[in-house]
Write a protein that binds this ligand. Structure first.
Ligand code: PBG
Length: 326
């Protein structure tokens, strides 16, 4: 009679992959997570699969970055190589490719920059001293769409089963749907990061993926945390553009958005239990202030209860062990 059942089937495990051999570099702010070289990544993905986790989400750390994030759509890009290796060595696990440029651009932004203005990014919104000092970033949306489409196509050509655009560029879902369809990949689904907030909770991820913006911030393309109607507008646009799954991100501070999306949208809903949410639990647990297992299950249950069908979480592998009583 329990209304919400958290199960391993709904979990996605994110991984960070980098060039090299036999590398397992700890990510200090994401305890228990690492930057893996492909050989070690394969071992982890095998472990995830044997725990019953149905899908993994990949992020790449390239050796070289440039203004256009070329590493994101290179045939021999780090994520492309990792996907091909997983497809050969760990058949049966769903591989999701994150489609964004921020890990690959020298600017650390999710798109190509058109110009940097002097005005603060968000004058009427939350105060942001850095933005006020350094101005706002204006993204060249058209150029970015072209690069994101090429990224999506190259990830799918490498073997990705699903792509997840996270750049918050306007029209990214339509552009990716078009390029996939015209290359006979109409069966490949798009999980759209539709409601992605300009959040402080991404801090540890940016250390993990080495993708912090070098100047300005992401407020000109990510959502204002104070807005929920705008989030629904973004979600509806992605539905119209052909998204197969829509995502709300972060999860914990945005459970109301997940619940509203569940009510209004007839597509599967994904929620990203992001890096900062994970690290806060780990830090408090390390200090001995909370019961880690209890709190982790409570958080993931809450995300499920709010309406998420899919939960992307750095806790996935640990929670899978608990749920399967291993
Ligand atoms: C962008 C991207 C980000 C995350 C996933 N994809 C970071 C950002 O917008 O800065 C964050 C995930 C997390 O914090 O766990 N490619």
């Amino acid at each position: 009679m329990r209304e919400t059942q958290l199960s391993v089937d709904s979990l996605v495990m994110p991984f960070f992959v980098r060039e090299g051999k036999n590398i397992k570099k700890p990510i200090v702010s994401l305890p228990g997570n690492y930057q893996f070289s492909i050989d070690n990544l394969i071992k982890e993905v095998k472990a995830a699969k044997s725990l019953g986790i149905p899908a993994v989400l990949l992020f790449g750390i390239p050796d070289k970055k440039d203004e256009f994030g070329s590493g994101a759509f290179a045939k021999d890009g780090i994520v492309q190589k990792a996907i091909s290796a997983i497809k050969v060595k760990v058949p049966g696990i769903l591989v999701i490719g994150d489609v964004c440029l921020c890990e690959f651009t020298s600017t650390g932004h999710c798109g190509v920059i058109k110009k940097v203005t002097k005005t603060p990014a968000c004058p009427a919104g939350l105060p942001d001293r850095q933005a006020g000092r350094q101005g706002n970033v204006i993204i060249d949306n058209e150029a970015t769409l072209d690069l994101l489409s090429r990224t999506a196509l190259s990830l799918v050509e490498a073997g990705a089963d699903m792509v997840a655009p996270s750049a918050m560029a306007d029209g990214q879902v339509r552009a990716i749907r078009l390029i996939l369809d015209s290359n006979d990949y109409s069966q490949v689904p798009i999980m759209a990061y539709s409601a992605k907030y300009a959040s402080g909770f991404y801090g540890p991820f940016r250390e993990a993926a080495q993708s912090a913006p070098k100047f300005g911030n992401r407020k000109s393309y990510q959502l204002d945390p104070a807005n929920s109607r705008e989030a629904l507008r973004e979600i509806l646009l992605d539905v119209q553009e052909g998204a197969d799954i829509i995502m709300v991100k972060p999860a914990l501070a945005y459970l109301d958005i997940i619940a509203k999306a569940k009510e209004k949208i007839n597509l599967p809903i994904a929620a990203y239990n992001v890096s900062g949410e994970f690290s806060m639990v780990k830090a408090a647990a390390k200090a001995g202030w909370i019961d880690e297992k209890k709190i982790t299950l409570e958080i993931l249950n809450a995300i499920k209860r709010a309406g998420a069908d899919i939960i992307i979480s750095y806790h996935s592998m640990e929670v899978a062990k608990v749920l399967r009583k291993l």
